[in-house]
Design a protein around this ligand. Sequence first.
Ligand code: HEM
Length: 477
Amino acid sequence: MVFAKECWVLISIITVAWLLWCKKQNKIKKKSGVPKGNLGWPFIGETLDFIACGYTSQPVSFMDKRKSLYGKVFKTHILGTPIIVSTDAEVNKVVLQNHGNIFVSAYPKSIRDLLGEFSILQMNGNLQKKMHAQIGGFLRSPQLKARITKDIENSVKLTLATWKDMNIIYVQDEIKKITFEVLVKILMSNVPGEDLCFLKREFEEFIKGLICLPIKLPGTRLYKSLKAKKKLIKIVKRIVEERKLAMEKSDEKGVAKDVVDVLLNEKQYLPSDVISGNIIEMMIPGEETVPTAMTLAVKFLSDSPVALKQLTEENMELKRQRTESCEEFSWTDYMSLPFTQNVISETLRMANIINGVWRKALKDVEIKGHLIPEGWCVLASFISVHMDEENYENPYHFDPWRWEKTGAAAVNNNNFTPFGGGQRLCPGLELSRLEISIFLHRLVTTYGWIAEKDDIIYFPTVKMKKNLPITVTPIRT
Ligand code: HEM
């Protein structure tokens, strides 16, 4: 009897949920101009198909299927959110350019919970603008690039030197050793060795939860990642407070030598917790985006011997010139190698490390005839634009030469947005390109390599299935 009663309660709950969901669907359908699409099953929407496509070599097939049914802008329901997806470069541009007044950031719940409300990625309004300008100004400054070039070179050299004694090198893991250390230096200057190891270990635990089920119960992924964040905050906060004390004692602000200084110098007082949270957030590119870009460059070059040959020749020539003139390399040397920059652009286009950005509409807005109702989320899908044959001939082919045809201006056009755009354009854009250029220079002028077969997976984040195993042979010059 009790069991039968519980069954009825459950059936009633499901029926009410189903009716509410149908009502919501009808309400949405009634608004004219709302993009067509399917919200899928109650609660899970079309998430299963979205994830399944992420595990194939063509993650964009999720978007392509719906694009062919409903057009370039459609609605769906993924990762717990009903959402309008734009695969149209012009619509994406309007979304990116209208940050703050019409759209605000709206990342999935696990990201929101882990980064916290004062994260720069989630912040809106004047404080975000100011922090973006300060951090961007520092990261783009020629002084930082000149200084950090030496650090990047040293870190790359040290790591590459260990490769000659290794039977198999797992590129993805090895590169993280370089990029994490370099980024921590940019953020907090010299962190003692044991603190660096601790930060790296806890950060690996923290980052695993960025895209996961948003359930905070003991044992869940999000819970473990939040626990790691607490430990990270403790250590970063100690560094921030020591620095603050030293600044107060010397009673002068001076030139910022790292991002902690930049945030402490900020006119609007920022509490140590907010600074520490943002410093941790800015470690993400050191563990994820930059090493992924470098790893995928090695992968694409391994599969494209002609491109690798031209890249090696260009970099060998630079090395020869610097050896003859006995001059050190400057950051501009690396950034002005045209084919190397084309290899990097093509890698970023195909890698789609950040496949799109999530926003929420603050009011009803119409873009190219599509109505985005107030409160709806929008995913501006970069991957769809990067892999669309209307924009790139033969888009699945690694072709660095395509950038010679379109010219340098193409790097900033609407069809190429690996670093986002508008008010939130990635402030680490140039730094990332510099780091990748130095790594590629040192790699192709030091070793030849053979890569084992490995596949790229795109969910929850872009990475190599087997960490990209390679064997290297030193080049004799
Ligand atoms: C290949 C490497 C990288 C890629 C593909 C990348 C991509 C992106 C993208 C697409 C955004 C925009 C997010 C949005 O609009 O919601 C972004 C924002 C950001 N990136 Fe990067 N990034 C990279 C490296 C870096 C590096 C090295 C740093 C240095 C710390 C960095 C710091 C930031 C920050 C602070 C923001 C937030 C800006 C704001 O919201 O005002 N990124 N990045």
